[in-house]
Design a protein around this ligand. Structure first.
Ligand code: NCD
Length: 331
């Protein structure tokens, strides 16, 4: 794959026969990343985190560079987070949403992207309903491509920010038991989390109704349970996923009340959990369905920490892919 070639090229160029060098010009998913690469992004993000606490929240790493957000699906926090991250690196940022674009006039994704690239773009951040769309773009454009969510496939920066938050709060990842609860079948967040957490040695239990937790997910190295109460006492972390109503083809459970009773996290159910349980949610939350407000806003919640950490992680990703592009393209 192009990414592997890139890694090798940078290793050679750097003249280092051993030791880790980030060499990916694109970030398309976490499935291919090696543990050392995951750790390198987390360490780079930790370095960037302090920028957010300064009175002048900017570093010049991407000064004179252009980042374009190409979002063909709804998003609030991911798009804002990428915009702010790019701005904190001093890049110029263009927001481009599918709803107001020439794609509605029949232009293909690749044509749109190539036209935008011709305006001198360095990094494209793509969110698209089709799995594999960023991989296609990465083959067709010369600039860096970062996947901001492709269908139900991957959402690598969400996986990385979840990992960052877990490591920051728990001080480790290896040996932790992490339950991912809810709509696993339609969740790119679940897939990116599973890939990353497995590589760093966590135990993963996928929990939800049979209709939303397909048995094939075991092949990704996760355990499966349909009983949250049985799993909760063993968990260090629970990542509660949103029910993706927009992706459901038919009713996946009899009623939202029943879903909430069996798989929602509310104050009473939390009594089964360890006192230091960390509760995550990628947002947006269906309050009262996956999470009660008492839990979402309570002492176990790491949800706003995730949002804060998302900035540092996306700064790290934009910075690293650009460094790799410089090494490969020599510009
Ligand atoms: C996630 C997404 O879009 O995949 N949200 C996000 O990136 N903040 C999860 C979701 O929509 O449920």
């Amino acid at each position: 794959m192009a990414d592997k070639t890139t890694t090798t090229a940078v290793r050679r160029r750097s003249g280092r026969s051993s030791g880790f060098v980030w060499g990916r010009k694109h970030l398309l998913g976490l499935e291919d990343l090696e543990p050392a690469e995951l750790l390198h992004v987390l360490d780079t993000a930790a370095g960037f985190k302090s920028v957010s606490t300064r009175s002048i929240k900017k570093v010049p790493a991407l000064r004179g560079k252009v980042v374009v957000n190409l979002f063909f699906e709804d998003s609030t926090r991911t798009r804002t987070s990428f915009t702010l991250s790019a701005q904190r690196l001093s890049a110029d940022v263009i927001d481009f949403t599918g709803k107001s674009s020439s794609v509605n006039k029949g232009e293909t994704l690749v044509d749109t992207a190539r036209n935008i690239e011709a305006m001198g773009v360095d990094i494209m951040v793509l969110r698209h309903a089709a799995a594999g769309a960023p991989h296609l773009l990465a083959r067709k454009v010369g600039c860096s491509v970062v996947n901001a969510g492709d269908g139900a496939h991957e959402h690598p920066t969400q996986g990385l920010l979840d990992l960052f938050t877990i490591r920051e709060i728990k001080k480790k990842v290896e040996g932790l038991t992490v339950a991912i609860v809810g709509d696993i079948a339609h969740s790119r967040v679940a897939r990116s989390n599973i890939f990353a957490l497995r590589k760093l040695g966590a135990r993963i239990i996928l929990v939800g109704p049979r209709t939303l937790v397909p048995d094939q997910m075991r092949q990704l190295g996760a355990e499966i349970s349909h009983d949250l109460d049985a799993v909760l006492p063993a968990c260090d972390v629970v990542n509660m996923l949103r029910i993706q109503f927009e992706r459901l083809q038919s009713a996946a459970f009899p009623s939202v009340e029943e879903y909430s009773r069996l798989f929602g996290l509310h104050a009473e159910r939390l009594r089964l959990a360890r006192p230091d349980l960390l509760v995550l949610h990628p947002g947006p939350i269906n309050r009262g369905l996956e999470l009660d407000s008492a839990v979402a806003d309570g002492p176990h919640s790491g949800i706003l920490r995730q949002v804060t950490n998302g900035l540092a992680v996306r700064m790290a990703v934009l910075y690293l892919v650009h460094q790799a592009a410089l090494a490969v393209n020599g510009k």
